[in-house]
Structures are given as C-alpha cells and as structure tokens.
Design a protein around this ligand. Structure first.
Ligand code: ADP
Ligand code: ADP
Length: 228
C-alpha cells in the first residue's frame, strides 16, 4: 500500500474560515517522486504540515503505513520523515554537527558524499577547519546554508523526504545536481516536492494538481497535459 495516505482530510486555520484543505483523499507511493503542484494558497504547504503533524485535521486523517499519524510516537515520525523548506534553519555548531543532526552515526565519507551531491564539497575543502568549521563564525551565503540543509536530509537517507520549494533559490547547475540525488533517493523511498508550475516537475513519477484545497487532477506530466 501507499506509505502516506490522506483520507477525507479537511483542515482549517481558524474556526469559520474557508478550509485550507477540503475533503482530500490521495495516496503517496512508497517509492518515487510525487510532486504537489498548484497556485499560491492552494493548500500545498498545508498538506506538508499535516504529514509532519504540525497541524491536526478537522475531519478525516492522514495515515503512515495505514496507521493514523496521531497514533505514532512523534520521534518515530521525525525519524522517518525528513523536511526541507525554502529557508531551513541550521543548528548552532559545526558543519559536521549540522550534517549529522538527524543521523548522528553518519561517517565522514557520508558527509562528503552529501556535500558533493549539493555541490558544496569544493567550498567545504577551502574551509580551514573543514567539517569542524563553526557555522556561526564562517561566512556562508544563504544558498550555501540551504545546500547544507539539503545535504543534511541526504545524510539521513529518509524513508520520506518532503521538499517545500527547497531548491527554488539555487542556481541551475546546483538544482540539477540535487535533482539527480533526489532520483537516487526516490528509488529507495518517497520524495514529495512542492512546486508552483507543472513545467518544473516534468520528471516526477506522479503529480497531484491542487486547487483551492482539492486535488483537481493526479497523473504523470504527460497524462496531465493530455487532460488539460
Ligand atoms: P500553498 O502552500 O499552496 O501556497 P497553503 O497551504 O500555505 O497554500 O495555504 C492554504 C490556505 O490556508 C490559504 O488560503 C492560506 O491563506 C491559508 N493559510 C495557510 N497558512 C495559514 C496560517 N498560518 N494561518 C491562517 N491561514 C493560513
Ligand atoms: P550562493 O548563495 O548560491 O551560494 P553566492 O553568490 O553567495 O551564491 O556564491 C557564489 C560562489 O562563491 C559559490 O560557489 C560559493 O560557494 C562561493 N562563496 C560564497 N561565499 C563565499 C565566501 N565567503 N568565501 C568563499 N567563497 C564563497
């Protein structure tokens, strides 16, 4: 069965306000890349908030392996589901502390492999303290911080990876390199991304088009173009 499933989920941020999600029933496959596409305000981030149990549904439920999220220990959800948003905060400490944050057992080789995957390995080699460089004192750009957050997610090799426009601000070559790593992860687990436009998720195995809190269409890029 699916790894995650929405069952008649309605979610609202304030009583009496319009629902952010309106009776959504949809599955996320155990492997492969699922993209959630739709205009601003469609409910994409709300779907992620529910999957991460940041938000509780008003009606219906989201299930992991068929078991409602409310019945899972939160620590287990955090272990199985990784999340990278547009400006993911780093933790105080060194580059290595950040890369190992969700997977303390990772070896240095794993850290360098993840840095290579986000095209940050050469830059990291120029740091005097290497992996032990403190991120509070080093001069690191916004794009580099975001790539560290993505590398951290790759190090943890999660069963489910949620990316909320996590590569939107990176240059094309870096984004292409990260897409390659995402393909690798999607062979073993579920990768779910959020995008505004269909044209940026041509490679996704499955696209959920969300509009005003409801899935309007579900299919591959080619299938959606045919039905559009
Ligand atoms: P998307 O990610 O597709 O842009 P969101 O899930 O962020 O859409 O938003 C869906 C709806 O919920 C929108 O109408 C938005 O205004 C509303 N919304 C989102 N977050 C909040 C919040 N924290 N408080 C109140 N309303 C919110
Ligand atoms: P981005 O925000 O995408 O990293 P920047 O314009 O900040 O883009 O950086 C451009 C290039 O310069 C990148 O290859 C980055 O690794 C490198 N770089 C950024 N900041 C520094 C710095 N303080 N010292 C050395 N190289 C840097």
């Amino acid at each position: 069965g699916p790894v995650l499933s929405f069952h008649g989920v309605t979610a609202r941020y304030a009583p009496g306000s319009a629902p952010a999600l309106d009776g959504v029933t949809v599955d996320i496959a155990r492997t492969g890349h699922t993209a959630i596409v739709g205009p601003s305000g469609a409910g994409k981030t709300t779907m992620f908030s529910l999957m991460l149990r940041f938000l509780q549904p008003e009606h219906g439920h989201v299930a992991l392996d068929g078991v409602p999220l409310a019945d899972w220990p939160l620590a287990e959800l955090r272990r199985r589901i990784a999340y990278v948003e547009q400006e993911t905060p780093l933790v105080p400490g060194t580059l290595a502390d950040n890369l190992r944050y969700t997977h303390p057992g990772a070896g240095d080789d794993d850290l360098w492999e993840a840095l290579r995957a986000v095209r940050l390995d050469e830059r990291a080699r120029t740091l005097e303290q290497g992996l032990d460089t403190s991120l509070s004192t080093a001069v690191i750009s916004g794009g580099e911080r975001q790539r560290i957050a993505l590398a951290r997610a790759l190090v943890s090799d999660p069963e489910i990876l949620l990316l909320d426009e996590a590569t939107a601000q990176l240059d094309g070559r870096t984004e292409a390199a990260i897409q390659h790593s995402i393909r690798g992860l999607a062979a073993r687990g579920a990768v779910v991304t959020i995008a505004h436009r269909l044209s940026t998720v041509i490679d996704a195995d499955r696209i959920i088009v969300l509009e005003a809190g409801r899935p309007r269409a579900v299919g591959t890029h080619a299938e959606l173009l045919r039905t559009d």
